[in-house]
Design a protein around this ligand. Structure first.
Ligand code: ZN
Ligand code: ZN
Length: 144
């Protein structure tokens, strides 16, 4: 239970209602018409949009997000194929793959493997989503 914003505890532990300007009993507070609670802080818009995108991540490469796309073991992470600056765009377009811990580690250490998936991503784009130039305009790079 949250306390009313007008309620202040004094040093001697008595409670003062700043609205009524008097010492009150906590019981008097519960049906008080001035009772008000601190507004719950709303998160900045951008971060909640990102959180939403993270929650709704999907993959254009597989419907099975529970298993590693490389080795078939249990998925530990969803990896954004275009990460860094392009991470949000990867989430938006489904350029995300499920990976087990080992394969995810390998993915981030192995530039060739990253490149292979960059190419698969761009190929998917050009086949299903738009032109090469549109891809380059959005992801700022031509991988093919
Ligand atoms: Zn990753
Ligand atoms: Zn794996």
């Amino acid at each position: 239970m949250q306390n009313c914003i007008h309620l202040k505890q004094k040093l001697n532990h008595s409670l003062e209602c700043k609205k009524k300007k008097k010492i009150i009993n906590i019981k008097d507070c519960s049906n008080c018409k001035f009772k008000d609670f601190p507004k719950t802080k709303t998160r900045p818009k951008k971060s909640s949009a990102i959180q939403n995108a993270e929650r709704n991540r999907f993959s254009v490469f597989t419907k099975d997000l529970e298993h590693c796309i490389i080795c078939g073991n249990k998925k530990e992470h969803l990896h954004e194929i275009f990460f860094g600056k392009n991470r949000n765009k990867s989430m938006k377009y489904g350029f995300v793959i499920p990976l087990c811990f080992q394969c995810h580690l390998m993915m981030h250490r192995n530039k060739q493997l990253q490149e292979a998936w960059h190419i698969r991503g761009q190929l998917y784009w050009e086949e299903h989503l738009g032109s090469k130039n549109e891809f380059i305009a959005i992801f700022r790079k031509n991988y093919i």
